[in-house]
Design a protein around this ligand. Sequence first.
Ligand code: GA4
Length: 330
Amino acid sequence: MVVVSQPALDHFSPIKTCKPTASYFSGIPVVDLSNPDASSLIVKACEEFGFFKVVNHGVPMEFMTSLESQAINFFNLPQSEKDRAGPPDPFGYGSKRIGPNGDVGWIEYLLLNTNPDVVSEKSLFIFRENPQIFRSAVENYVSAVKKMAFEIVELMADGLGIEERNVMSKLLRDEKSDSCFRMNHYPPCPELQALSGRNLIGFGEHTDPQIISVLRSNNTSGLQICLRDGAWVSVPSDHTSFFINVGDSLQVMTNGRFRSLKHRVVADPMKSRVSMIFFGGPPLSEKIAPLPCLVVEGEESLYKEFTWWEYKKSAYQSRLADNRLGLFEK
Ligand code: GA4
């Protein structure tokens, strides 16, 4: 009997691929948080790109490296053990599947809720089954990154000339804030590169729904952003810094003055990429609308009124690449 083997490329289907052509972008705004002009630099970056890099951020490097090594330990566990922390509901361990509507990527991840009130069963399970040291590493990292996120949105408010400088940070500081935290592992894939000369998409193009996202990765590149002219460019990795994304909710709160940025991750064929992202969201019951002080006379809100809960519900019915704000535009 002749056994015809499946073409090797089928193994990766239906994960999308792309040509490894995106060039490194050297124009990413860098904001030094200790610079007295930080607030205006942040506003400029959010208007022009919806994205910037933060240095002198005050988060101890040790928090970043110890969480990174704990995450690597977790992702190195046998598949059957990792699967016990899944499938994601949306919290928990996930592999290849992203969200509930058929999106896939060359990725495995842990998605956790950061609100102690609503810690999901899955998050509890992950921490029960894994060493206490993992839990402490997450707690240290997340609380330091949250502090930085509060500072950044307060500087944003200063730069926008808003008197109530905690108008955004109070939503993130709220004990009911619906924020979450994600640790991603993009395994290398030399076979695909060798077979096709193409790279696998790790996390497909999307905008983040929340107010602000704070990303840190190891020194493997892969993050790409979509510039205004539609070109995809690679963000040079920097494991000592953080990258900030404007989310859809912040776009609405600034009545479109800040833009949520489309981004994606392309897996490196040779090196593992590990990233961790804090997504700062408001409480579920919070109305998402342009801040009155930002809507000048004669101007109208570009968006219908909605709560974060309504937006989130609709986001979980969407595909990753959908324009989620489209439904809420006037
Ligand atoms: C994108 C940003 C965050 O990673 C996330 C993602 C969420 C998920 O993975 O559960 C979503 C995606 C993200 C937007 C559309 C929906 C929901 C997967 C998906 C297809 C945690 C989030 O908040 O929205």
